[in-house]
Structures are given as C-alpha cells and as structure tokens.
Ligand binder design. Structure first.
Ligand SMILES: [Zn+2]
Length: 198
C-alpha cells in the first residue's frame, strides 16, 4: 500500500496465514486500525503471551504451557496406549472428538525425503525411549492418510513392533489426501473404533 509501509507489512504478514488471502488480510488490518487501538492492544498482548508461555511438552512434544502438556499431566490417562500423530493440531482434533483415553506422541511432521525431512527431523528418538520404558502395550498410528503419512506410519510401525504387543493404524473411511485436523468428530470416532492391526 503506497505511502503506508506499516500497513503493507501487516497485510503481508497476515496474508501468509493458512486460508487467508490478501483481501481478508486487508479487512483484518482495517478492522485493527479502527477506533482507539484497543483491538491492536489485545492482539499484541495475546501474541506476546503466546510467544512467552507456549512451548512443547518434554514427553510427547504436544503444545504445552509449562514443562509438560495437560495430557501427560492427567493421571487418568491409560499409560499402556500411545497414539502417534504428526502435529499438535491432530492431537487437538482427537481430543475434541474424545475418542482416545491414552497418551500421545507428536512426531513434529511426516517423512518427506523430497522436502529433506528424514527420520532425524522427526521426534523418533524420544518415541523409542518411551517404548523402551516398557509400559506401552499398544501403539495407535494416526498419521494422515497421505502418501507421506502412510510412509511415516510404516516406519513407526516397524520401529514399534519389537517393543509392544499391538501396533494399530486408524481405519480411515476417508479419501487419501485428507487431513485429520479437518475431520468431523464422528469420522474420527469411526476411525478410532475401526483401527486395525498393522
Ligand atoms: Zn505431553
């Protein structure tokens, strides 16, 4: 935006968000600039506390405000079940659906050699340590039903098999290429109920 470099900078930053184009970004910036600046103040405050307070759980790599996430801190969770997924957003979807009472392990991505993501880039070492502890009996693999997600599932399955009695994969009644994060709750429920032995 000519003559308003700060406005342009804010539009550019917002238009990088998923699902937000330049037009929506412009609307957001104009909304923020209305009135006495209270909206900007609130946003700055929220972002600041996001930066300062949110990190990753030392056990499962889920988002956490503190050393461990709320799932790992919950004594009511079944410690013999471990659900392995790609990202914290997938975990949130699973929690929203309320279909799983075990604990999680977030890989932080999926194997994708073309993008330079190999096993070393994922949280697989910490997964192995957790498996070696010996209290996990079933690993439920819930990577996305994409080509990379499937490849990752196979890798995790092979790695887990020596340590657990059962390795299962979510049953997807879904098209390949879908993302866990966007599934409705009943689809996720079906997928968890119909999980199959790997
Ligand atoms: Zn955790």
């Amino acid at each position: 935006m000519k003559g308003l470099p700060s406005v342009e900078k804010a539009i550019l930053a917002l238009s990088r968000f998923p699902g937000v184009g330049r037009k929506s970004a412009q609307r957001m910036v104009h909304f923020l600039l209305r009135g006495d600046g209270a909206a900007i103040e609130q946003l700055v405050h929220a972002l600041e506390s996001l930066r300062q307070s949110v990190g990753y759980c030392v056990d499962c790599h889920n988002l956490a405000e503190g050393e461990r996430c709320w799932v790992c801190l919950d004594p009511g969770r079944n410690k013999s079940l471990l659900c392995v997924l790609e990202a914290p957003a997938d975990l949130m979807a699973m929690e929203r659906a309320g279909v799983f009472r075990g604990r999680y392990h977030v890989l932080g991505g999926r194997l994708s050699p073309l993008d330079g993501i190999g096993p070393e880039q994922l949280h697989l070492d910490s997964l192995k340590s957790r498996l070696q502890e010996g209290s996990i009996q079933e690993v439920v693999i819930a990577t996305n039903p994409t080509v990379e997600g499937e490849a990752t599932a196979h890798y995790v399955a092979q790695m887990s098999q020596p340590w657990v009695t059962r390795v299962t994969r979510l049953a997807y009644g879904l098209p390949m290429g879908g993302e866990l994060e966007y599934l409705d709750e009943s689809t996720l429920y079906q997928a968890m109920q119909g999980r199959r032995q790997f």
